[in-house]
Ligand binder design. Structure first.
Ligand SMILES: *Cc1c(COP(=O)(O)O)cnc(C)c1O
Length: 504
């Protein structure tokens, strides 16, 4: 009797269910704009939709399951592909990427070892090379895809730690001597996780102050390195940001590279968000300076518009990854032509078994081409600058910053003096509650930043569906919800609205 397996599916049935699923997705994409960005439900409401049944003893028919899963997901999700989704650094995902993930999952190559994934390994290598080319990074670098920006930065961090430790840190651990990292106060929190998980500890991070434009202060950096040297520590890593997560600020990367080189430190650039903007014709020299990095993190699931998850680490000297992660004897890889040419990604990063993330990125790069990609990124930046100008025109909005495709601003009601220290706490409270109202309302989605102590609304355009009209609608939405929030706050808050400035 032939075996029956609960999860096997007849190909004809797969075809039918697949078509149905694709039909649902196509309708979903067609109707995106008409829907709220988020249903704004509470955790209790979402859980109630899901139910809390026990693991079923018996299986069920896949068509009903697929239909139900789709209903749950499509009806109760935040839609980051919506034209008015402008929160965090989360891009709209290329629909092509969804098809790519389906194909990748169907063939299911294990891109940990070349033998297990011959073509997928080669496609990943080509993807990495194209990303480097696009960014202006030396194309003969090493690199690999990882889950996202945090991991991409972590891989760079570990490569730096391995390269700069003056002992066998992989065997002996980090205990010998304090190794110190230099990062601006605007750096994303990945650096804390990396310092922690690598065993160096967060106390090895030297937070270098940023200047008025949120860029690392170079003299403070020099001073900190020299002080650590004098104290007998081992400075090993300078981290620059190519687009900070709060305001899109770009550190003076060429100057950071020079300081790192002068002191014999590794130079890592966090370009998770902003690196792709280096490809634009009008990119500044500071941003283009990412080409001097010993390692560079970039996030294809951000400004390459790939669906989650896809991060990428590039390393100038390709051998560094193997030196950091490989546990097979060195001769294994260089023992003859054949082996040398086999790309075994398990030896180049933290993962062992690896999925085929590269396909959606590779297809996206090919479908858009350098020109199409640069145009989407450039349009996002132009829309962000437009928002900044529109906000400046509004009496009740205060524009705070504009960098790359991030604009920050806040709501300041008429009659409130935005410079009055007595108004500061009240304005922060007001804008925080306003953000909650915006996020729950579903008309548009923003996130927040804190700019010199001010709670700010933050719009980050990494969204090829956002139109000029969406941007122009924002100031009106924010002002209207701002007035509502103010009224609600007056009714409930312990913090009082500051008195209007008195004449004289
Ligand atoms: C998003 C981001 C990260 C983290 O990337 P994930 O993909 O969320 O892990 C790190 N640094 C910067 C500057 C970012 O914008």
């Amino acid at each position: 009797m032939p075996r029956t397996a609960a999860l096997e599916m007849d190909p004809e049935r797969f075809r039918e269910l697949g078509y149905r699923t694709v039909d649902r997705i196509a309708e979903f994409l067609k109707g995106l704009r008409e829907r709220p960005v988020t249903p704004g439900e509470s955790p209790a409401e979402v859980r109630a939709h899901l139910g809390n049944g026990a693991l079923p003893e018996r299986g069920a028919a896949p068509e009903e399951l697929l239909e139900e899963a789709w209903r749950l997901l499509a009806g109760h999700s935040l839609l980051n592909g919506h034209p008015r989704f402008l929160g965090y650094v989360t891009s709209s995902a290329a629909p092509l990427g969804a098809l790519a993930d389906l194909a990748a999952a169907a063939v299911n190559p294990n891109v940990g070892g070349w033998t297990l994934a011959p073509m997928a390994s080669e496609i990943e290598a080509q993807t990495v090379r194209w990303i480097a080319e696009f960014l202006g990074y030396p194309p003969f670098c090493g690199g690999l895809l990882v889950s996202g920006g945090n991991m991409a930065n972590f891989v760079g961090f570990l490569a730096a730690r391995r390269a700069k430790a003056e002992w066998d840190i992989r065997a002996e651990g980090a205990g010998c001597r304090r190794m110190t990292v230099y990062a601006s106060s605007e750096t994303h929190t990945w650096v804390q996780k990396a310092a922690d998980l690598s065993g160096l500890g967060t106390q090895s991070i030297r937070w270098i102050p940023a200047d008025r434009d949120f860029r690392m202060d170079l003299s403070e950096l020099r001073r900190a390195i020299e002080a650590d040297r004098a104290a007998g520590h081992l400075p090993f890593l300078v981290v620059g940001s190519a687009g900070t997560v709060s305001t899109g600020a770009v550190d003076p990367l060429p100057a950071l590279a020079e300081i790192a080189q002068e002191h014999g430190l590794w130079f890592h650039v966090d370009g998770a968000y902003g690196a792709p903007a280096a490809a634009l014709p009008d990119a500044g020299e500071d941003l283009r300076g990412l080409r001097y990095a010993d390692s560079l993190a970039v996030d294809p699931h951000k400004w390459f518009y790939a669906p989650l998850e896809a991060g990428c680490t590039l390393v100038r000297d390709a051998r560094r990854l193997q030196e950091t992660f490989d546990y097979s004897p060195a001769y294994y890889h260089f023992d003859g032509e054949e082996e040398e040419q086999r790309l075994n990604y398990y030896a180049l990063g933290p993962q062992n078994s690896r999925g085929f993330r590269a396909l959606k990125v590779w297809l996206g790069l090919r479908a858009a081409g350098r020109e199409g990609l640069a145009r989407m990124i450039g349009d996002d930046i132009r829309l962000s600058r437009l928002l900044h100008r529109e906000v400046q025109k509004r009496e009740e909005l205060e524009a705070l910053t504009q960098g790359l495709s991030i604009t920050t601003f806040r709501y300041v009601p008429r009659g409130v003096d935005r410079t009055d220290p007595a108004a500061a706490a009240w304005l922060n409270e007001l804008n925080e509650q306003l953000l909650n109202r915006i996020q729950a309302g579903g008309e548009a989605f923003l996130s927040n930043a804190v700019i010199e102590g001010k709670f700010a609304l933050r719009a980050c355009v990494v969204n090829f569906r956002t139109e000029q009209a969406d941007i122009q609608a924002l100031p009106e939405i924010v002002t209207r919800l701002g007035r509502e929030t103010e009224a609600a706050l007056a009714a409930t808050s312990a913090v009082e609205r500051p008195a209007p400035p008195t004449a004289g």
